[in-house]
Design a protein around this ligand. Sequence first.
Ligand code: SAH
Ligand code: TMP
Ligand code: ZN
Length: 407
Amino acid sequence: MIMNNCRNCGNEIHPFMSFGKMPIANAFLTQKQFSDEYKFELQVQFCEKCGLVQLLDQPTPEKMFHENYAFFSSTSNRMITHFKKFSEIVKDKYLIGKDPFIVEIGSNDGIMLKNFAEDKIRHLGVEPSLNVAEVARSNGINTICKFFDENLAKEIVNEYGKADSFLSANVMCHIPFIHSIAEGINILLKFDGVLIFEDPYLGDIIEKTAYDQIYDEHVFYFSATSVSSIFKIHGLELIDVDHQNTHGGSMRYTLSHKGSYVPNMKVRELLDKEKSLKLHLPDVYNEFRFRVEKSRDELFSLLSKIKSEGKRVVGYAATSKSTTVTNFCNITPDLVEFISDTTPIKQGKFSPGTHIPVLSHDVFAKHYPDYALLFGWNHAEEIMEKEKEFSASGGKWIIYVPSVQIM
Ligand code: SAH
Ligand code: TMP
Ligand code: ZN
């Protein structure tokens, strides 16, 4: 839905950057589907009143999240470890009462909740994408296949009672009806319960020129400033913040009902830091746009030069983020031969918009290219460790965050 007003405060806002027509980032398709591929105008805007960075238009949730959703959380071993640690913090710090109850939205294939299910802790996953929800269910994770909102929160309270912890990772920034979510959490959380969620952090996106975080699913690009502003309206206060290295730089926000916890000093410090970085002023976003356009031109020139030398380039990891990069930089199959990806549902299909074939990792390993374009830069450490042989055989990596480079 197109929104010319801030989804948080209603203030009138204007786009600072346009990426042109974009497909759904996770809609990998077959050749037959090329002719009626859905596209929308990807534009980002910034609210000077509350600091919330957001899309102008976003496709409807049902267009993005359904029974053929292509993102399976457990494809990354590092993320499995990350969520195990996340769950341990919740268990140690916040699940001290008797028979606690945890709700997670966007629980996907159960990557987080399995850590609670294994300990027989009462839990509920809310996951609208049926195929990933079924994977969780088959692993014994209690999951309902619905979109979370205020009404569902009431139904959950009626059936299960109130929650001790409400968790989400890489989900809150996907949901346009944010006030219904925040009110739902207000209703669902016990007085001393906590909301803990993490999402890609605006400060990192700006600092690293990580423009590929901008795609259909990510309707919001949060900061501590905007998160505070949204949840305050629903009586929820930001009490802790904790920076994470996942997804290229994320922030974990902890909130509680006002008065139930004392906010940590780190909250004030981060709010002050965001002011000093001028994340509340338009100049930052105009400079960002300039750097993004420069990065696009440099990447296209580099790939064109490599092609003119007769060398092979293969994309590594068909991430959601790669859809923004390939479409915005005009990277077509004549520049990138195929994209290697470990997710079965993506293999044998084509990348959204640019129609680059997606093939299994075996194809990559059988005949190494001269260059691998690292679309999964947020998993760089894990990938580099796996691909020592590619590097040892003379293969080179191309990266574009924070700047276009050959490694
Ligand atoms: N938490 C996982 C998955 C993130 S992908 C991880 O970090 O890896 C985002 C997930 O949110 C998808 O599985 C999608 O189906 C789900 N989702 C989208 N809108 C939602 C809503 N309103 N309520 C609950 N889940 C939602
Ligand atoms: P994400 O960055 O949106 O989490 O997407 C991860 C994608 O990267 C997913 O499609 C799986 C793929 N991938 C690989 O192909 N190889 C890998 O080693 C890793 C970690 C991910
Ligand atoms: Zn606003």
